[in-house]
Ligand binder design. Structure first.
Ligand code: 3H9
Length: 703
């Protein structure tokens, strides 16, 4: 305990310092340590005030989320200490001052709000991010925050989870004083000024009801956090603060907190929280592997992807060359970039100065001049093997031998592309997702010769680019698109069987996907999908059913959004409406191919599409294309619009129960044929009533 919290005297002020790296979470022992320090301070007559601070990079970043994991696993997780601590702080007859730097999040802010005063450095942030974990503030935060900052501000912070800066917190009444300069001396000086004042406890204040803000918050949460229950529970708890005495409000909060913590949504979101951090860890590549400096980048190809990737680098402050084959294509690319920045300024995401500065970091070129200075080149030319190989052979000549050569291919063989260079160990896939400047995912593809240094640098670079980098192996479609193919296949089959695109997409949107699979195919371009399919036509197995309707639409000149017609018809604003031609084409094709009409229920649509993802995912994990099943969850949440509150496809399978998923896959196998052959790993885990999560752990343990 002593090493988690220390305490000492600075004249008439006691300082209690939490030292639980890396983020000073309120792990078991921390609340108890603070309470011990407080008792010690109260016993000493010469102590007139107490400062509570965090050592290292932050104040207190919240409860220890691992304790929630323990509770989810049916074990004892310790949260009681936090409640006892809140009561002890409030009961203290010597003022307690929270000294905040870094982040005071969740339970961290709740402890600070139980204190009599809060001071913070201007760079500090405070927030109640619990909804991002599928829970609500459970340390009386929904009751103290509205009493300090008003119902409207508390709703904003508790229902949406975004932290606010110290200056905003001061303006809102959460922080009493900003400390310029060193925090601890400033906090001690502040403490000396308040030793004789009556402590204005947050719990003794009242919060004025604001029914309009409550209704607006529910409405906004239904839109912005569609499908999630915790934001609404947080709103109910904050609302209770304006209606009930403090202790009764705390009881409402405790009930809602317990309900949320018991939900699958919190299991899923906590899995995603740790998953996002797990994917950055690559077994066999330790901290000793040197990370190459990336100071300048170059992108080849100024189409949608290339232009977006150039923006990603510029946004991270890395100067980038953008090359196209001719002036016209280059101008189009630069115009897209300028337009994207203008839109971001209009939406208030960037200031115009920031956008101009970023734009200046992108230098357009129609040749390779300047490429010799690039530390990394990302190729984003057309998805064609010959063209890619030609480009890499050129890059091999015009770049330094220690420059990383990355390809943005979404399906092609990295090793074959690398074979066009004299240094295949410097080649990797950097598969961005469209729109590259928005989507958080980069699949980092490891070729058979890719060096450890290139992998370590790529993973580090993803973080610098504010992306989530996930390492995957080299196979057709890598991890994400390989799984996406059977998912899309089922969606097209369902339409060929007479279900409308609106029914299919509606079912998956209702499940929580950001977009239905047919709308996604329209967005990506039916031409793109069909061209990729023709590249791999030779691998198709005779006698197996393959989707045809998308090819028929493509053949009729309907490429999706770009031609205004695909599975849907699009108006000038890209608003979709039903395309009657789709069902006619589907009926004609089904009659010719002998496909019986089969109206599917919403449940069947979801199961066919999502279980197809899971079955393929199981193969991807078993083959080692993904390091762990959780990597696929992070890929799907960040690159494919899979609802985070379902945890990603593999966690969703675990939460549904693998025996149930496996039984359904077997049924589909019997009904629809070999596409549905159960993956051996799924079968194995289901027969042992196990989970993908347990499989990940067993692999990590064995490593
Ligand atoms: C809560 O407080 C509920 C209360 O209302 C209930 C009271 C009864 N616990 O993100 P990083 C780990 S809910 C355990 O890479 P950064 C993280 O896994 C909590 N572990 O650093 C990682 O481990 P590893 C509300 C935690 O500088 C390491 O710390 N609070 C926790 O990029 C470094 O993390 C939150 O939701 C935690 N609370 O970002 C805050 N936090 O090295 C969640 C972090 O093994 N945390 N870890 O992979 C964050 O948002 C970011 O971690 C933070 C630092 C901004 C603090």
């Amino acid at each position: 305990m002593a090493n988690l919290v220390s305490y000492y005297k600075e004249g008439n002020v006691a300082v209690i310092a939490v030292d639980n790296p890396p983020v000073n979470a309120l792990s078991p022992g921390v609340p108890e340590g603070i309470m011990e320090g407080l008792r010690w301070a109260l016993m000493h007559d010469d102590v007139e005030a107490v400062v509570l601070a965090g050592r290292g990079r932050t104040f207190i970043a919240g409860a220890d989320i691992r304790e929630f994991e323990k509770i989810h696993a049916g074990h004892h997780g310790s949260l009681e200490g936090i409640h006892l601590l809140l009561a002890d702080i409030e009961d203290s007859d010597k003022p307690v001052i929270a000294a905040i730097h870094g982040t005071a999040l969740g339970g961290g802010l709740e402890v600070a709000m139980a204190c009599h005063y809060r001071v913070a450095v201007p760079s500090a942030q405070v927030g109640q991010p619990e909804v991002k974990l599928g829970i609500i503030p459970g340390g009386e935060g929904t009751q103290r925050l509205p009493r300090l900052a008003g119902v409207r501000k508390a709703l904003e912070m508790c229902a949406f989870g975004e932290p606010i800066r110290a200056a905003q917190a001061k303006a809102a009444g959460i922080v009493d004083e900003l400390i310029e300069g060193d925090l601890l001396p400033g906090a001690i000086a502040f403490a000396r000024q308040v030793t004789t004042r009556t402590p204005p406890l947050a719990s003794r204040k009242t919060a004025a009801p604001d029914p309009e803000a409550v209704a607006a918050a529910h409405e906004a949460a239904s839109k912005r956090l569609r499908g999630q229950t915790a934001p609404h529970a947080a709103i109910d708890a904050v609302e209770a603060a304006s209606r009930l005495p403090f202790r009764e409000g705390c009881q409402v909060e405790a009930r809602l907190f317990a309900e949320c913590l018991a939900s699958d949504q919190s299991k899923a979101l906590i899995h995603a929280f740790f998953g996002e951090r797990t994917v950055s860890k690559v077994p066999g590549i330790g901290k000793d592997v040197e990370i190459l400096p990336i100071r300048r980048a170059a992108v080849v190809g100024a189409g949608t992807m290339g232009a977006g990737i150039a923006m990603v680098y510029a946004n991270a402050g890395i100067p980038v060359l953008l090359k196209e084959a001719n002036e016209a294509a280059l101008d189009r690319g630069m115009a897209t970039i300028a337009q994207n920045y203008a839109n971001s300024v209009k939406r208030g995401r960037f200031t115009s100065e920031f956008a101009e500065e970023r734009l200046r970091l992108i230098t357009p070129h129609v040749n390779y001049s300047g490429f010799e200075a690039a530390d990394i080149v990302i190729e984003a030319v057309f998805e064609n093997m010959e063209l890619k190989k030609r480009t890499f052979a050129e890059l091999d000549k015009v770049t330094r031998s220690n420059a990383i050569l990355a390809t943005n291919t979404s399906t092609l063989n990295i090793d074959e592309i690398a074979s066009a260079t004299s240094r295949p160990w410097m080649v990797a896939g950097h598969h961005f997702f469209s729109p590259a400047n928005v989507m958080r995912l980069i699949e980092i593809v490891r070729g058979k010769e890719t060096s450890a240094q290139v992998i370590a640098t790529s993973m580090d670079l993803a973080r610098r680019l504010r992306k989530v980098g996930v390492l995957v192996g080299n196979c057709r479609g890598f991890a994400g698109n390989r799984m996406f193919a059977p998912y899309c296949r089922e969606s097209v089959f369902l339409v060929e069987e007479g279900n409308t695109p609106e029914q299919v997409d509606g079912a998956l949107y209702g499940f929580g996907m950001a977009m239905g699979p047919l709308a996604v195919q329209d967005l990506a371009g039916l031409d793109v999908g069909c061209r990729i399919r023709s590249e791999f036509k030779h691998l198709e197995q005779p006698g197996l059913r393959y989707p045809e309707l998308d090819s028929l639409l493509y053949g009729a000149g309907h490429y999706g959004q770009k031609t205004g017609r695909g599975f849907y018809i699009y108006d000038a604003a890209r608003k979709p409406s039903p395309n009657p031609e789709v069902l006619t084409l589907a009926r004609e094709y089904a009659a010719k191919a002998g496909i019986a009409p089969h109206p599917a229920s919403i449940e069947e649509i979801v199961e066919r599409c999502v279980y197809a993802l899971i079955n393929e995912g199981a193969r991807v994990v078993e083959e080692g294309i993904a390091l762990r099943s959780v990597d696929l969850d992070i890929i799907y949440i960040n690159g494919y619009g899979f609802p985070s509150w379902r945890g990603g496809p593999m966690k969703y399978a675990d939460l549904t129960g693998l025996p149930k998923v496996y039984a359904k896959v077997r049924q589909f196998h019997d009904r629809f044929g070999e596409h549905w052959k159960p993956a051996p790993l799924l079968e194995h885990l289901a027969r042992h009533n196990s989970t993908f999560g347990a499989y990940d752990k067993s692999k990590a343990g064995a490593a």
